[in-house]
Design a protein around this ligand. Structure first.
Ligand code: ASP
Length: 590
């Protein structure tokens, strides 16, 4: 037996016992004639001590230890003289009788402790060392717990976990596909799934009415902190359901995950908001409702006062930041520059300050009388000491800009505590999105999403304005300003699916080539069905109170999509290229 206990287990109640531990040397230090060693495994750290008068061989071994040596040690649990209340094992130490060095280690390139001295790049290169650190161990433990909660909940609801293939044909989720050349079919390629969307729908046709899978998905997109080229979804589908059934089922799953993994009770039922309200009041389809500061349209109050900037646009909107009336002129100027950055894209910023004496001061005093300003302040329910910020322009664009400003101010005002959870459903999305650039419609979710039954007439209309009005039977699960998941009730009828492809400008031939299998399957008694998928990496990160998902993935890629530990992607040799009938157009490096 290598060990009797883990390094996180021993307490004062074990005093007097002879124990054997195995783990890594986090630190070894000499104090007088004694050697203290912190031994670590994924359960914790235990202090070991070799007394000055111990067996000289033992003293010698103890003094030869380096960081990250792997040891097996045997000794007696004793009460510590100076206890460490911060460590669960801090009341005891092990007085050693034996040390077996199971393996040596070269000096690690950074300290492997709660906080490391290593930069991001070096830690990525030695990910297996970084993974020894407690914060990453906690992150992966949380991920494991959440995955177990998903499985027990869905199993208890009669869901079957079914795997779907990775080598498939392109599935449209709006991103680029990763492709894999087929040696046996020269010149032909598989695509890696962006999601198992079509397969889970085929499982519904096959009669497996409650399906789920914790599954890897692949999207060749530009990366950001919260994106990875391969990521994990909790993918689910159900037959014979309406939107209400799906929302209730997965609210239940989330409720259990919150309760059992982080001990948080979320509201029952969860709030729901239409996409239109989310855009109008929060300037985002993933509103952070941990705080107010809602957007107000003030177009009618703002126009007709001779201020050309407001008078020449279709929309004027404002938010009221409480307490920011104390902002100095310089701070307001800085905020103005902030909204003009390309990431926000506003042309300028108008402010109205409610002074402590109740009087109003604005950057448009020339055009607006105190009464005009008071009317705006009244519409926003502004109080003394508040700062009203106004943007204008095209409606949705301006709302989005106000939404971004709202989040920034929420951060500055400390309203976005990661330990506070405010989940909600966004419902009633538009089915289609018109792209001016491409002169065509795109599916807001994906082409398998059904229109709301009451909007079907518009869906079959040829008029652009009718199609723009069609709402989808679609829903997103949003937490703290992040979309954690989404799905829809699907089209289950071949004619309607064909109409959808037509609306999206996908010709009959192309539809047949890309989606013939699903159109065909729908001819064989496809049941009404719907589902959704959660981005599991993001779920883990947000439950853990973090913004970036990388810590919650054992072996993530960097911002360039590279795994710097295994140095991938990389070239393959000429013979492999030939076998796959591939010719590189990139000039060989000399
Ligand atoms: N396949 C969709 C996605 O990956 C989710 C769904 O509609 O079930 O976003």
């Amino acid at each position: 037996m290598y060990r009797t206990h883990t390094c996180g287990e021993l307490r004062i109640s074990n005093a007097g016992e002879t124990v054997t531990l195995a783990g890594w040397v986090q630190r070894a230090r000499k104090l007088g004639g004694m050697t203290f060693i912190d031994l670590r495994d994924r359960y914790g750290v235990t202090q070991l001590v070799v007394e000055a008068d111990a067996d000289p061989v033992l003293v010698e071994t103890a003094s030869s230890l380096g960081r990250e040596f792997v040891l097996q040690v045997t000794g007696t649990v004793v009460e510590r003289e100076s206890k460490n209340a911060k460590m669960p094992t801090g009341d005891v130490e092990i007085r050693l009788e034996q040390i077996v060095v199971l393996n040596k280690s070269v000096t690690p390139p950074f300290t492997i402790e709660e906080n490391s001295d290593g930069g991001e790049d070096i830690r990525a290169k030695y990910r297996y060392l970084d993974l020894r650190r407690p914060p990453l161990q906690r992150a992966l433990a949380l991920r494991h717990r959440l995955a177990q909660e998903v499985r027990t909940y869905l199993d208890s609801q009669g869901f079957m976990e079914i795997e779907t293939p990775y080598l498939i044909k392109s599935t449209p989720e709006g991103a680029r596909d990763f492709v894999v050349p087929s040696r046996m079919n020269p010149g032909q390629f598989y695509a890696l799934p962006q999601s198992p969307q079509t397969f889970k729908q085929l499982l519904m046709v096959a009669g497996y009415d409650r399906y789920f899978q914790i599954v890897r998905c692949f999207r060749d997109e530009d990366l950001r902190a919260d994106r990875q080229p391969e990521f994990t979804q909790i993918d689910c589908e159900m037959s014979f359901v309406e939107q209400e059934d799906v929302l209730n089922m997965f609210e239940g799953m989330m409720r259990q995950m919150f309760k059992n993994a982080v001990g948080v009770d979320i509201p029952n039922p969860l709030p729901r908001m239409s996409w239109y309200d989310a855009m109008d009041y929060y300037g985002s389809d993933k509103p952070d409702i941990r705080f107010g500061m809602k957007i107000h349209e003030i177009t009618s109050l703002a126009q007709g006062h001779g201020f050309g900037v407001f008078d020449s646009v279709p929309y004027v909107g404002a938010i009221c930041a409480d307490g920011l009336g104390s902002y100095t002129r310089k701070q307001v100027d800085e905020l103005t520059e902030w909204v003009k950055r390309p990431q926000v894209g506003a042309k300028g910023l108008v402010y109205i300050r409610v002074n402590e004496d109740g009087s109003l001061k604005s950057s448009v005093d020339k055009f607006f009388s105190p009464e005009d300003l008071a009317a705006i302040a009244g519409a926003l329910e502004a109080k003394k000491g508040d700062l009203i910020l106004v943007l204008c322009g095209e409606k949705r664009k301006t709302q989005t800009q106000l939404g971004v400003l709202r989040i920034e101010l929420g951060n500055r005002l400390g309203y976005r505590d990661p330990k506070v959870f405010a989940p909600l459903w966004i419902v009633d999305f538009p089915l289609l999105e018109w792209s001016e650039e491409d002169g065509r419609f795109y599916a807001m979710h994906h082409p398998f999403t059904a229109p709301k039954p009451e909007h079907e007439a518009w869906f079959y209309s040829d008029k652009k304005e009718d199609l723009e009005r069609v709402c989808a039977n679609a829903y997103d699960f949003v937490l703290n300003g992040t979309e954690l998941g989404g799905g829809s009730i699907r089209i289950h009828n071949a004619d309607m699916q064909a109409r959808m492809f037509e609306v999206l400008g996908i010709g009959k031939e192309e539809a047949e080539y890309k989606f013939g299998f699903i159109i065909n399957a729908f001819k064989f008694g496809a049941p009404p069905h719907g589902g959704l998928a959660f981005g599991f990496d993001r779920v883990c990160a947000l439950f853990g109170g973090q913004e970036t998902i990388r810590d919650y993935i054992a072996f993530p890629k960097n911002n360039q999509g590279r795994d710097v530990m295994i140095d991938s992607p990389s070239l393959i040799d000429e013979a492999q290229m030939q076998e796959l009938c591939i010719v590189s157009t990139v000039p060989a490096e000399t």
